[in-house]
Ligand binder design. Structure first.
Ligand SMILES: Nc1ncnc2c1ncn2[C@@H]1O[C@H](COP(=O)(O)OP(=O)(O)OP(=O)(O)O)[C@@H](O)[C@H]1O
Length: 754
């Protein structure tokens, strides 16, 4: 049999095995779905089994394409097949049919080279379409057996180049078939500690981050399935761009989010001026927020008077000041310390009343007993007017309320020491830079647990009430009157039955850790991965560190691409405050995206950002020179359309990205859509369209077969980090780069001027 036929036969065996395992899981799942009743534990176990088989099925469905992509032949005669999933043989004592790419036994597939073959004689890449084998690429690694050939710095060169030159689709693909050695090292690093991956554009940072998530979930499954893994990306368009990678690797338990999603209940998507976002991102905001909360703990100029028990009761400033000092001294969050404030104030007021009504007319000791005083305190506590007055001086606050009030009220802002530039409309939508502020406020305010407990008790009471109603219908008996106190409920009804009923009917939480984490501000993740990490502000880092007290993190980024004004220009400044020196820096040096011709242009821009920075080395040339075209300003729209048409013709099914200055985005977008219906423009362009026009900020992390950069000098001028923006823009291309300009070409692009 030819080796092609033999490999096809093996693939067929693998798919048959996959089908049979899938049928088994399907049968079991159906069986479970038919079961009902049982004890609460039994139901919980059933739910666990259900989700186990459902996950298995989802995984097996996900790996249908590219199930097996590699084979290793060892000098000792052994052969291993590598794939997206491990497949055991039908007989338990036989070797596995397929080894998961993440298993230690697969490692040689990514690392073995002719110089250090690690016992591997031949690495074979299998190319497939559906269940059919379409091609085989072999690398002989045993120098004595036949010589290596090809390049020493990449593994699986043919397969790699075919992946890199493939047309883009608007969605990132997994790279599991061609992970390179320097990437593999990072993907398989241990779970603990902070790993910072610094790498130039196109070095595979995003790819590495995603494959690392898949690796960690495979290797530390029990721990991470419970706690979940968070991947934080720069914006929603980017998250959509990467959204297919983990499912194609059969992993779904990861929360993909932007900073704007990190405060449950808020979807912060509003855009704002970079300068405003920068103010919000600086650590000075901490003091402003502290002051804003303290300002809510106000006292009257003199006193307030309320009606208590038919008499006027004066609440003096000094009473409130003392109560406030006691509450502040506790250093508890505002809503938690409120109980102290109220207790202290009530105590002082009760003494005031005692003075009035218990004074001995003969000048002796106060006539009120301790019990009388306690009764007075109870009455004060229950007096709605007193409650209201105290609420005004120490209200229960929510983060949204405090931040909205602060940012929309010039007096509050000034009093808190906030920059007047922050002032905005009261009904303005939340922006991503607001989220760390909301989170910080949530910490400063805390949650009044008595309130929370009361709410939980109330919910349970309602459930019992409902259960009791159901039992009542069943028994055709008594009606009940519920009081506020739970104890009273306990004595009033046969709670054992009703609460047992509630328990039995409580919904078992079937959400994954990722889903539960998304709804819980205080969720602590097992691992946090941050992409485009250079953009995060110091305030945003504080939020993230709270979500990851174990500091088990992978942070990928490029300090030369920083756009945000409070973004990082060095990694020390980010991590020093949290982990001192205990973080690990690794670098990626090879650019897989951008061909050498384009990278030569980018290198000049990089040199202008910082002469000490080295551009990553391109792994290939495209054979096409980047172009620049000077056009009259009035013809910019028409010329952009013409360039888009020309580039579209060049890239076949591939994608064309038009990157424009912020100030021109709307107008050029409008003209483009008129001429090229379906072109993606606006705040969240749909990358599945063949042509997309956006600002550089939106294009962070994305790539296109052809990129047209419009008015580069304006891109530079728009921001103090304009050169970094231009660097990002020119490095988005996988094949072709063009520049349209009506003004002079910026000096950094002089190489294009010929
Ligand atoms: N080992 C690999 N095999 C195949 N393709 C790869 C490999 N590494 C990277 N790529 C491809 O190179 C391109 C760039 O990768 P990626 O987007 O992860 O880079 P990046 O470092 O995050 O870039 P940027 O900083 O510009 O956002 C992607 O299309 C990715 O699929």
């Amino acid at each position: 049999m030819s080796s092609f036929a033999a490999e096809q036969a093996y693939l067929t065996t693998l798919y048959q095995r996959l089908d049979s395992l899938r049928d088994q899981a399907d049968e079991r799942l159906k069986g479970i779905l038919l079961e009902s009743g049982g004890t609460p534990q039994g139901r919980a176990q059933r739910e666990a089994n259900r989700s186990h088989y459902a996950d298995q099925l989802a995984q097996m469905n996900a790996v249908e394409n590219g199930l097996c992509f590699g084979r290793l032949d060892y000098t000792a005669g052994e052969t291993r097949y590598i794939g997206r999933l491990g497949l055991s043989a039908p007989e338990h004592d036989q070797d596995p049919l397929l080894i998961d790419w993440r298993a230690p036994a697969s490692r040689a597939f990514y690392l073995a080279t002719a110089v250090s073959p690690d016992g591997v004689k031949r690495r074979r890449h299998l190319r497939t379409k559906g269940r059919k084998l379409t091609g085989i690429d072999d690398e002989v690694l045993d120098l004595e057996a036949g010589g290596a050939g090809g390049r020493e710095d990449v593994t699986g060169e043919a397969a790699l180049l075919s992946a890199l030159t493939a047309e883009r689709t608007g969605r990132m693909r997994d790279i599991v078939e061609t992970i390179q050695a320097e990437q593999d090292e990072i993907i398989r690093a241990g779970l603990n500690g902070v790993t910072v991956v610094q790498g130039g554009p196109g070095t595979g940072k995003t790819a590495v981050a995603l494959h690392r998530a898949a690796y960690l979930l495979y290797t530390y499954r029990a721990q991470l399935t419970k706690q979940g893994v968070l991947i934080l990306g720069p914006n929603a368009t980017f998250l959509r761009y990467i959204s297919q990678v983990l499912p194609s690797l059969a992993e779904t338990g990861v929360l993909l989010a932007t900073l704007g999603d990190m405060f449950p209940g808020v979807r912060a998507r509003a855009t704002e001026k970079p300068a405003i976002a920068a103010i919000k991102g600086r650590l000075d905001m901490l003091e402003v927020l502290r002051k804003a909360v303290a300002d809510r703990q106000a006292v009257p100029d003199d006193y307030v008077e309320v009606d208590h028990d038919g008499y006027p009761l004066r609440i003096e400033r000094s009473v409130l000041e003392d109560a406030r000092s006691a509450a502040r001294r506790s250093e508890r969050p505002h809503n938690v310390a409120r109980a102290i404030f109220v207790t202290e104030a009530i105590h002082a007021l009760s003494l005031q009343i005692a003075e009035r009504i218990g004074a001995d007319p003969l000048g002796g000791e106060n006539l009120l007993s301790a019990a009388d005083l306690a009764e007075t305190r109870r009455e004060l506590r229950e007096d709605i007017d007193v409650q209201r007055a105290l609420f005004d001086f120490w209200p229960v606050l929510t983060p949204r309320q405090v931040l909205r009030d602060l940012l929309s009220d010039a007096d509050r802002l000034e009093s808190a020491g906030g920059d007047p530039l922050l002032l905005r409309d009261r009904d303005a939508r939340w922006s991503p830079a607001d989220v760390p502020l909301l989170d910080e406020l949530a910490e400063l305010l805390g949650v009044d647990e008595t309130l929370q407990k009361r709410q939980a008790a109330q919910e349970r009471r309602e459930a019992i009430e409902y259960a009791e109603g159901v039992l009542e219908i069943v028994e055709g008996s008594r009606s009940l009157d519920f009081e506020d106190q739970e104890e009273e409920i306990l004595s009033a009804i046969d709670v054992v039955d009703a609460s047992a009923f509630v328990e039995r009917h409580e919904v078992i939480d079937t959400r994954t850790a990722a889903e539960r984490a998304a709804a819980d501000r205080t969720w602590v993740f097992g691992h946090v991965i941050v992409d485009e990490a250079q953009e995060l502000s110091p305030m945003a880092w504080r939020l993230l560190m709270r979500r990851c007290p174990s500091r088990s993190m992978t942070v990928v980024g490029d300090v030369a691409q920083t756009s945000e004004l409070t973004g990082a220009t060095g990694w020390e400044q980010v991590f020093e405050p949290y982990v001192a020196q205990r973080w690990n820096l690794v670098e990626l040096t090879v650019n897989y995206r951008t061909p050498a011709e384009v990278m030569a242009v980018a290198a000049d821009v990089l040199a202008a950002i910082d002469a000490a920075l080295q551009p990553p080395r391109s792994v290939r040339s495209a054979g096409v020179d980047p172009w620049a075209l000077r056009v009259p300003r009035v013809a910019l729209g028409a010329e952009t359309i013409a360039a888009v048409r020309a580039e579209t013709a060049e890239v076949g099914e591939g994608r064309v990205g038009v990157l424009v200055p912020e100030a021109l985005a709307e107008e050029l977008g409008r003209q483009l859509v008129e001429a090229v219906p379906g072109a993606a423009v606006g705040e969240q362009p749909d990358l599945l369209n063949q042509v997309a026009l956006m600002t550089v900020r939106q294009a962070k992390g994305l790539e296109f077969d052809a990129v047209v950069v419009v008015e580069p000098d304006e891109i530079i001028a728009e921001s103090p980090r304009g050169l970094s923006d231009l660097y990002v823009a020119v490095t988005r291309a996988t094949r072709r780069l063009g520049v349209l300009h009506s003004n002079d070409l910026p000096k950094v692009l002089a190489a294009l001027a010929s």
